[in-house]
Design a protein around this ligand. Sequence first.
Ligand code: ADP
Ligand code: MG
Length: 694
Amino acid sequence: MTNVPELFGSLVFNQTVMKEMLPSETFKALKNTMDDGTPLDMEAANQIANAMKDWAISKGATHYSHWFQPLTGITAEKHDSFLTPTEEGKIIMSFSGKELIKGEPDASSFPSGGKRSTFEARGYTVWDPTSYPFVKDHTLCIPTAFCSYNGEALDKKTPLLRSMEALNEQSLRVLKLFCNEAKHVTTTMGSEQEYFLVDEKLYQKRKDLKMCGRTLFGARPVKGQEMDDQYFAAIKPRVIEYMEDLNTELWKLGIYAKTEHNEAAPAQHEMAPIFTTSNLAADQNQLTMEIMKKVARKHGLICLLHEKPFEGVNGSGKHNNWSIATDKGENLFAPGKTPRDNAQFLLFLTAVIKAVDDNQDLLRYSVASAGNDHRLGANEAPPAIMSIYVGDELEAILQAIKDGTAYDGKKGQKLEIGADVLPAIPKDSTDRNRTSPFAFTGNRFEFRSVGSSLSISGPNTILNAILADSLRTFADELEKSKDFDSDLQKLIKREITSHWRILFNGNGYGQEWIEEAEKRGLKNYRTTPKAVEHYLDKKNIELFSKLGIYTQEEMKSHYDIKLEKYCQILNIEVGTMLEMVHKDIMPATFKYMNILADTEFKMQRVFSLCTAGIELMEKLNTLVNDLSNKADDLSKKHEETTAISDMMKRAHSYAKVVIPAMQAVRLIADKIEPLLGEEYKPFPSYEDLLFSVQ
Ligand code: ADP
Ligand code: MG
């Protein structure tokens, strides 16, 4: 049995190690840098670098790397060894403060959306002291921000840090009005990570899984998830071994892996960590995804992080639990016990409601990807429409404020914010509705639309930004107030009334909601290009630039990168699909038909009447001809689409023309598959993939 407390964080250069290895003055200086960004002098930086190196070598490291998160959404690293040659032809192991603080990975091949042409390709990585360095694969990894020569963000970390700062600033303005003595607020994040495990040998036989991370074909197995016998079921031995190994690796890296269970679909599982500061949580989630994949290989498994690896069963998400806490440990999304705390909570809640309603487009944008488009609105995943679930208790309170009436607890008396105590809001009952994309769960919000493979930095940057913007307008108004309590009540009532449409406690999976949402004027951007189309609206550019989170140029590059990536993914999927039709499915069908024909020929000599084989051949013949035609049609439509030079138009064409053509191909192929004899099937079936790991 592992000694978990000893193991936990053993590969992390955390505060305990820092304190142990650094002179106390240097430790203090570093702590100030971590807490409020006070610059470090070079001498301190040299001492820190040296201590980091000695510590890392003791953990088996030979190299160091500035670890960063380019706009690809995954992490990047370039390893340099600690080796420095001496005059005697030997080497010493060295690492300087300069090397710690700033790196120049060149990295001209990362997407920058045209922000850097190759001749000015320099990108810099800059140490982020708020996230701990760690040792991975014999390398000391130093979390860094990645920016261009002019300081533009080329990564996902920089904007996240900027958004946390903006939210800190605006929250403090609001808290001051409540005479709250907080000096700093920070956002916290806990992301439940869903994933699938499939057998590696089967995976290797599926070109679609290898190239696209999802299946492009596959008839439904006779059993799917309808029996609900997988969710929270006893975990199979091979999966348990995997989870144990995964936990060990995560714990070593100081990742608070806490909960593990089977998810709703066969072969689907979840890991939830304990929440932490958003910046650290984002780094840790990136590492978690990497380690999940790596550990799976050791067990002869493949971890699929795609949002929709299999049609007809649940997709995978990454429920993003989000809250704000003060330096005094107060959770600002917790209702509290006193009238004052309740009033403060209601103002933050109102700010969230306003933020989500005003910025449905941005939230949808933040989770838009080719993969997540298949998940949103399909099989047990929230729809592409944004709405907020607050639970019945809280809705009754908001209703009372809106209508100026009594709420349950007090008969005949109007609810007075700042004077009345709110009735208790039970945490349990707030989490009953799992169909909402954005649910209040008692002391935090759970943004459920985030896809399983996405970096959580993007969605959290946007959550922080839109809330900071709401709070900014509230602070602007209330700072001028002469009668705070009365103006506060008026503001909350006004905002709740005007944003009432975004509250929805009903079933988010139903068709009725889609119609109802349309009547309410809520946005329903079903595809990525639709979601991206509004990103550069004036409202959004103003919001981000006012708060100093993104410049207009940075936004333009996100826009380009998102569209380009969308088109690239579809381009690969179409190519893979056509290859599988021509190299796998059609040959398998012909092979089987050939056998049938041979058999039939012989059978006819023995039995005068033998029709089963002929009927089957006829069926297969019709289907295979149809498949060939549909594949040609897809190929033609794809060619026409790739010829469109305007990226937005091309992306729309993929969504509107190419995806339906892909579905048409799949439909036929999935009809052929169950008709082929077991040994003639072109690749492992859904049944093999979903039920093979025992
Ligand atoms: P459920 O599946 O019922 O939503 P889980 O226990 O699987 O619950 O996940 C809850 C997640 O929410 C965990 O990652 C947890 O750490 C996180 N969480 C709890 N409190 C907060 C908070 N204040 N801020 C951010 N995340 C939180
Ligand atoms: Mg949850």
